[in-house]
Design a protein around this ligand. Structure first.
Ligand SMILES: CC(C)(COP(=O)(O)OP(=O)(O)OC[C@H]1O[C@@H](n2cnc3c(N)ncnc32)[C@H](O)[C@@H]1OP(=O)(O)O)[C@@H](O)C(=O)NCCC(=O)NCCS
Length: 193
């Protein structure tokens, strides 16, 4: 089943005052609509190289010794569709906006925990618009469809965002030289309400 999430980022009536003769008139216009879609990276392989570069710049320190080429290969291998693993991308037209993925394991020191939300990244120019939250929601939806009861993640920096989204802190620990927080999310069955 291919679920595509579409979110209108901006669709507003814009009102401006324009000078007309000796007075002012109110002019209404439409701000362009930016429609964001979330879909499988598998359906958009043209984004793989860019996304691998973003992930590498952000998290190379957590995988010391892994080259960009190796990360690209790993990302391509994770390109499932509503399975484990699956990479989701948010995009508008040909502009890649962000990513999130579901993987069986993400911390080799916590192999007993599975599966994991990973690779949550939004391009800097598009942050604080709800895209990260929408991507996390899409992975939760995928996990629910797969029958997952509890999802895990670790983050060095975004505990506040995940707490706001209902995630609970499991532990604070050190992982590959970084202070990280392991968090979990209990997935309730979709009642269709
Ligand atoms: C963390 C990250 C994914 C968040 O992406 P995002 O698209 O900015 O996320 P959201 O917009 O859904 O929410 C982020 C914050 O913006 C706020 N926000 C959302 N829409 C907003 C808006 N229109 N105006 C102002 N703030 C807004 C949210 O309330 C949230 O605040 P919080 O951090 O206090 O909870 C992004 O900053 C990123 O890629 N960081 C680098 C990689 C990273 O840290 N990844 C995650 C951890 S491994």
């Amino acid at each position: 089943m291919r679920l595509i999430t579409k979110i209108t980022l901006l669709s507003l009536l814009k009102f401006t005052f324009t000078r007309y003769g000796s007075g002012w008139v109110l002019v209404a216009g439409l701000v362009p609509r930016y429609v964001m879609r979330i879909d499988y990276l598998a359906e958009h392989p043209e984004f793989i190289a860019t996304l691998a570069g973003w992930h590498h710049n952000e998290w190379a320190y957590l995988r010391p010794g892994e080259s960009l080429e190796a990360r690209t290969t790993r990302l391509r291998a994770a390109c499932g569709r509503e399975e484990m693993p699956t990479v989701f991308v948010a995009f508008s037209g040909s502009t890649l906006l962000g990513s999130a993925m579901i993987v069986a394991h993400d911390m080799d020191t916590r192999m007993e925990l599975t599966p994991w939300l990973a690779g949550v990244f939004v391009a800097p120019d598009y942050r604080r618009k709800g895209i990260g939250s929408a991507l996390v929601g899409r992975v939760v939806q995928c996990a629910r469809l797969l029958g997952v009861k509890r999802l895990y993640l670790y983050t060095p920096s975004a505990e506040q965002m995940y707490s706001r989204l209902g995630w609970s802190t499991v532990e604070r620990t050190s992982y590959r030289g970084a202070d990280v927080v392991v968090m979990s999310y209990d997935i309730l069955p979709d009642t269709g309400e």
